[in-house]
Design a protein around this ligand. Structure first.
Ligand SMILES: Nc1ncnc2c1ncn2[C@@H]1O[C@H](COP(=O)(O)OP(=O)(O)OP(=O)(O)O)[C@@H](O)[C@H]1O
Length: 313
């Protein structure tokens, strides 16, 4: 369990983390989302004591992590996969880490095998691709079998197999009762792997909810697709205050402002046939974009295309 209470970190005038209060529970994968610069990495650094908060607390298993007697066994963290002595082999890197807590060669070799790096175990880390470096970082996080895992962008650079592997691994680790907090900008991955979401924007919590509730909430008030051979009769019956109808093609239209059950009841009440009645569910990505729209600090715009007239001017 990770407990954040009024956690705040300032850099000069900037409040990178601004009064975050949340519990990150064991047994589930918690996805940590937010736009660039929202404060995710800073929060993770505060949790493991790499930064000091201006105010508030971050407790890991009931105490401050810096006071931990067995830090590697308590929290496995992947915060920067490049934070490795590039001249060292993967195996020596893990052996050196393990030596600080009495972990020997057998466990190191097991962990290397579990992340798929056995064959390159004796190669220098600087020769590793981005994905191999991520795997080594994950191996380091798992080395002492910690109860809490903090993974900052673990999927970054992994190939399709690697993504599938980490998805299964995280589910397994959470299933074993561990606390798993991971950040990622890949919404499709997050939707598949996370059970719970913590969304922040400009250092503040925007949502702390199950992924299911997050998507359902974003979908409510959404559209319902109706396919009916009796569309011409049904559509006028659905019209009313706050209801909008958009015809997509003959016999197929979209309704906003009426729920699928209400549309079904109206059709049944008039003996009209319905071939399809589908509420349009928001994706995690669309729900996230909607929530964070006002918190995006570094918004880019697509430059408008120069047409011939502009060029001539
Ligand atoms: N060491 C530092 N010195 C000054 N400002 C910092 C420092 N570290 C982070 N910041 C600022 O704090 C804010 C939060 O940064 P942080 O890296 O935590 O965001 P993030 O959510 O992890 O972003 P990203 O998704 O881009 O990795 C940003 O405005 C950043 O510029």
């Amino acid at each position: 369990m990770i407990e954040l209470q009024g956690l705040t970190k300032t850099y000069g005038d900037k409040r990178a983390v601004d009064g975050i209060t949340a519990n990150i529970r064991p047994g589930v994968v918690t996805g940590f989302l937010g736009p660039n610069g929202a404060g995710k990495s800073t929060t993770m650094r505060l949790i493991v004591g790499l930064d000091r908060p201006a105010s508030g607390t971050a407790l890991v298993n009931g105490h401050s992590y810096v006071s931990s007697r067995a830090p590697l066994a308590e929290v496995g963290a992947l915060l920067d996969a490049k934070a490795v002595d590039g001249g060292r082999s993967a195996r020596n890197h893990l052996l050196a880490l393990g030596a600080t807590v009495g972990i020997g060669a057998r466990r190191v070799d097991d962990v290397l095998a579990s992340v798929g790096l056995s064959e390159v175990a004796n190669k220098a880390a600087k020769s590793f691709s981005l994905g191999m470096g991520q795997r080594l970082g994950i191996a380091a996080a798992l080395l002492a079998d910690p109860a809490v895992l903090l993974l900052d962008e673990p999927v970054n650079g992994l190939d399709v197999d690697g993504v599938q592997w980490i998805r299964d691994l995280l589910n397994q680790l959470a299933g074993e009762g561990r606390t798993v907090l991971l950040s990622s900008h890949l919404m499709s991955e997050m939707q598949l792997v996370a059970d719970h979401l913590l969304v922040i924007g400009q250092g503040r919590i925007l949502a702390d909810t199950s992924i299911q509730d997050f998507i359902e909430e974003a979908s409510s008030g959404g559209a319902v697709i109706v396919v009916s051979p009796d569309a011409g009769t049904l559509a006028p019956l659905l019209a009313g205050d706050g209801v909008s109808l958009t015809t997509r093609e003959p016999g197929r239209f979209e309704v906003r402002g009426q729920t699928a059950p209400a549309i079904g009841d109206i059709a049944a009440g008039h003996g009209l046939r319905i071939h399809e009645l589908t509420p349009v569910t928001a994706s995690l990505e669309s729900a996230y974009l909607e929530l964070t729209r006002d918190s995006v600090e570094f918004a880019a715009t697509v430059p408008h295309q120069t047409d011939e007239t502009d060029k001539a001017a």
